[in-house]
Design a protein around this ligand. Sequence first.
Ligand code: ATP
Ligand code: MG
Length: 798
Amino acid sequence: GARADEDLLDGLNPQQREAVTYRGQALLIVAGAGSGKTSVLTRRIASLLRNREAWPSQILAITFTNKAAGEMRERVEHLVGDSARGMWISTFHSACVRILRREAEQFGFTKSFTIYDSGDSRALIKRLVKEHEADAFGLTPAATQGKISKLKNELADAESYARTANMSDPAERVFVELFAAYQRELQRANAFDFDDLIAQTVFLFRAFPQVADVYRRRFRHVLVDEYQDTNHAQYALIHELTRPPGSDAAPLAGSGGMMIFEAEPAAEDGASLTVVGDSDQSIYAFRGADIRNISEFEKDYPGAKVVLLEQNYRSTQNILSAANAVISHNFDRKDKRLWTDVGEGEKIIGFTGYSQHDEAQFVADEIEALRRAGVDYSQMAVFYRTNSQSRALEEIFIRSALPYKIMGGTKFYERAEIKDALAYLVAVANPADEMAMRRIINRPRRGIGDVTIETISRYAVDQQITFRDALANSSALGVGPKIQAAIAHLDAVLAEATEIMLPASGELAPPTAVADGLQLLLNKSGYYDALRASKDAQDEARIENLDEMVAVAREFARNNPEGTLLDFLTEVALVSDADDLEDASGSVSLMTLHTAKGLEYDAVFVTGVEEDLIPHRISAGEPGGPQEERRLFYVGITRARQRLYLSLAMTRAQFGEVTVAMPSRFLQEIPLELLHWRQSPGDVNSRGGTQSRALNARRGGFGGSGSGSGKRYGDDLVPLARREPTGNLERFANKIPSKVRDNGDLELAPGDRIRHDDFGEGRVDAVTGEGAKRVAHVRFDVAGPKKLLIKIAPISKL
Ligand code: ATP
Ligand code: MG
């Protein structure tokens, strides 16, 4: 008979069909890039719904970014109509937040918990490191944070870690103390950090099987995209969710006999689980991702069906052959050969610039040429290994008036003024969050210093109330009348905003409540006024950013008429690298190679294909590092549909120093006949005379014979003319140093007064580093302390 999902199978190859229609407990789809893994997952969901095998609410699909989740939801809705509402299609983090908001009260949190991003958790760890004097044991905040994060990804807590660590080592003892203190502080603040969102959900399920069973009964179909990049905690979460309900109702260890569950024979099956992945695209080992989650899937889920997809529908044969050739240099992998019937296509184009600006100019020119040939800007993307590489590209793109959009690089939410605005909102949403309170209590300046803050904190501890509640008792604090008035004012402003955003009596706030409340906070707290009164040019940009923040809140209200303050804070906290505030239509997309995962474009430029960038310098010492870098390069080149460009620069200015770059080893892994050099490294040698011998020795194939004068190009340091920000380029203007200068050997000593083009006048506190890396530590009269690279900062001595 005809299937209700017949049209969903149109155009699929037999393996893809099987992946959509197989009905069993566990299904693993392994396949190379562009073979339709994500498409198949989407159709599989549509097919389950269309055949009425599942209600939308029984489906949980996990994607790698919120953006990917949005796209998948749209496609499913397109395939099955409106009935798709109620499905959970989200990232691991978003799904866990939803679960935790419902269940947090089970284990000592409230549903209004704050989500600490890595900056927040770094700030907290910094405070604790100081309090424990842990620096003396080599426990820097960064190292401590990294280690805690890694342990949480492995589902270890301070206690379990202490059992395995060598506790006779004093550094280990201090670390365990720090870890435990950090968790205590999070709990006290009613907050979870990013890693906690997943780990605590797993702990919750393990500690409260009856809670886990609610979700096991609800989600009958669990589907996970990009499974190769799951870490242990995520793996465990999926495992918990797909067990048969009732299967682990065992007596609880450590429950003090309060909760004893009888083990019952499992009457129901676990949810069906579908995972798709490509171990050649695993690029998050540094965040604990474990390829073994894929390679051992069949062991973990006995009887699992495995489907292989080998036809690629994305790229031309030339692009695929290059990808196959590169990835085949990784050992310890299952060889799979992708093929396509799209045809050979154009050759891959190589280009070597003298400098990164020269390289960027080539990219810009080529983009314009493609545009004239009919390729839409939105169908072109430029990738790089590290965020800092975007600067040269942006400078050239702005000069060429080329519309572009940085994906995940705007760091909007990391700006100080935006963090302040969010802290005001958090202070309203989660009064227990003392860190947010400490952040806003003297922003704008109200004359409340560290001494007063400690007074309030002590009062709160003594009275066993929150920091926020202590403000309401300003008269009991024993502070001077001016400070008391300032505290009372802040308290009143927070109370007024609370009334707007969180009306009492359970009444639903109007959709615009968050935006209105935010505006009120910024106005009545004096925040806007302080910026307006400032003479610092940067403060004008800050006002614009805050206006943008209010606009984001209004936009949120339009998209989520029933969205609450908590929903808004959740969304903001979970914006990930690849997610974006605005839409990129009509612009070229710029992003890191990591962010490019899962995406596709007609034309792709992979830039900076140099040793030390890709493979990155830091990967050299890591076990498996170079192999992971090769996978990253593979991810980059397999994003291209029609055209692929690989470019590099012979000289690169980084940290104010100009270094000579070497072509990446990965270039040599691409068969010569697939690559057409517009300008090879050899061409640059013979014309420019950079250090040629080393380059030619690396690879005869590059050709050219330079004279090797050793001249270093300095064009990256040429001052840029000050630009009048125009139109949509304005927002990027404050990201780019307005002036880059070559100061040569400007002599500075502590005590010198200097003037900076943007920051105004200041006093040099110290000078560190040597040669081109000399750094001045300057305390600016208005802008505060800054570190400047003396060689290129726009400064002069007074
Ligand atoms: P990646 O590994 O990069 O995540 P993927 O395996 O998830 O890739 P998709 O993004 O699902 O691949 O598909 C790649 C492209 O191929 C998409 O443009 C998709 O629409 C197209 N495609 C997939 N299957 C078919 C098919 N059977 N016929 C035509 N086009 C297809
Ligand atoms: Mg995909």
